[in-house]
Design a protein around this ligand. Structure first.
Ligand code: MLT
Length: 412
């Protein structure tokens, strides 16, 4: 008898963004005239930078001739891309990261979901609430959690991110082994200061713990005082792994390219307390289960670091940040409290009511899709996330409709 992994039965019935897509589809089927504006899932809407397109096309062209054709590439990524990442994303910012510590992949969602395979089943997990659902769900699948009771799994140490702590979780009062952090944060859009991040690194060092740092949104940081990588923090090379992506930076959500940084000095332990290199383990996993990102896509990603690419990427991010500023301004005018949208594409709005009800109100009355905060955890129950990834025209239209639906007499 073929049996299932029963840990899957502990999961919520569908992945958050699938659930939202289903609700929107059902609404559209019943209201075919309704024009929907999507400020829900963080999916980019603007074309790839022209520098990337040119490099992409050139890469495809090389595949058209036997002399320049390429088959399997290195699983870890081509050096032409890894070298550029090491210099431009790390070394110029004083972070001591080398190209052979970079693993190119097809997405941060996959990497941040797969990485937990390296760790024991009975480690103590510290996971923020609200949180990008992938960190939690992949640990549920692996059997590291108990049952789901009143919005939370047993055996997880939840790190509450609330207005009281500026949406930056406090250090756990008890030792944790594996800690997930994401800044600029998805979903709240909050950022972490250098000092706070230093305190997390110090905590990890003191507890022989590991921080999984998701920096997929670092390109949105405009405040120069904020860290863009955990490796700008002293001591992080021993206790952190970082995830980065070209998805939100350069519009690669459909093209797929990302990378994970595992420093060679980053260690974890076996049950006897012997040290093991996580770089070696991840390399083993990556080369066993992954065959590399396609050559033309890596050429397109490399172009992000060209002079024109840098200008074009900055312009893309500025575009979405202008949308974010508009969302902030409109939500403030309607009297809502929120965080994010300054160094991040997401605005986390206290909707003063049940998140799914508010989501339904905006969908049905304004034709605007947002993301209900409760989908990211218990602490998100009274919040919605508004994404700035859309055209300025659509964001203006969406905000006008929200104004009409909610203001000026809306009291929540
Ligand atoms: C989000 O909306 O949270 C993200 O786009 C989802 C993802 O990156 O997988």
């Amino acid at each position: 008898m073929i049996r299932i992994n029963e840990n899957y039965l502990k999961l919520q019935s569908s992945y958050l963004f699938v659930e939202i897509a289903n609700r929107v589809k059902a609404y559209q089927q019943n209201n075919p005239q309704a024009e929907i504006i999507r400020l829900g899932i963080g999916d980019v809407t603007r074309a790839l930078p022209s520098a990337c397109i040119q490099a992409f096309q050139k890469g495809v062209q090389e595949m058209a001739s036997d002399a320049t054709f390429r088959g399997y590439g290195p699983e870890q990524g081509y050096n032409f891309l890894r070298d550029k990442i090491a210099v431009n994303d790390y070394q110029v910012r004083g972070a001591d990261i080398h190209s052979d510590e970079i693993f190119v992949s097809d997405g941060s969602k996959c990497d941040s979901g797969n990485i937990q395979e390296l760790f024991a089943g009975d480690i103590r997990l510290a996971i923020p609430d609200p949180v990008y659902p992938v960190y939690l769900d992949t640990n549920v699948m692996a059997g590291r959690t108990g049952e789901f009771i009143d919005g939370r799994y047993d055996n997880i140490f939840y790190l509450d991110s609330l207005p009281e702590n500026g949406f930056v979780p406090d250090l756990p009062p008890e030792p944790a082994d594996l800690i997930y952090l994401c800044f600029p944060n998805n979903p709240t859009g909050a950022t972490i200061s250098r000092e706070m991040l230093q305190s997390w690194v110090d905590y990890a060092r003191a507890n022989k713990a590991l921080i999984l740092f998701d920096a997929a949104y670092e390109a949105f940081i405009r405040d120069q005082t904020l860290p863009r990588s955990i490796f700008e923090i002293e001591g992080a090379r021993e206790v952190a792994i970082e995830f980065r992506s070209f998805s939100k930076t350069a519009g690669f959500t459909g093209t797929r390219c990302a990378f994970t940084v595992v420093p060679k000095t980053c260690m974890a332990y076996d049950r006897k307390g012997q040290k093991h290199s996580l770089h070696a383990l991840w390399n083993r996993r990556h080369s066993t289960k992954f065959n590399g990102v396609s050559y033309p896509v890596q050429k397109a990603a490399e172009a992000v670091y060209s002079d024109e690419g840098k200008v074009q990427v900055r312009e893309l991010i500025d575009y979405y940040l202008t949308n974010a500023a508009l969302i902030r301004q409109q939500m403030a005018a309607l009297g809502f409290e929120f965080v994010g949208g300054e160094n991040s594409p997401y605005i986390w709005v206290n909707c003063k009511s049940d998140a799914w009800e508010f989501f339904d109100l905006l969908l049905k009355k304004a034709g605007v899709v947002t993301t209900p905060g409760s989908g990211f955890g218990k602490c998100g129950r009274g919040f919605i996330r508004i994404s700035s990834f859309n055209s300025l025209e659509n964001v203006e239209k969406a905000m006008a409709r929200i104004r009409e639906t909610l203001g000026p007499h809306f009291s929540g």
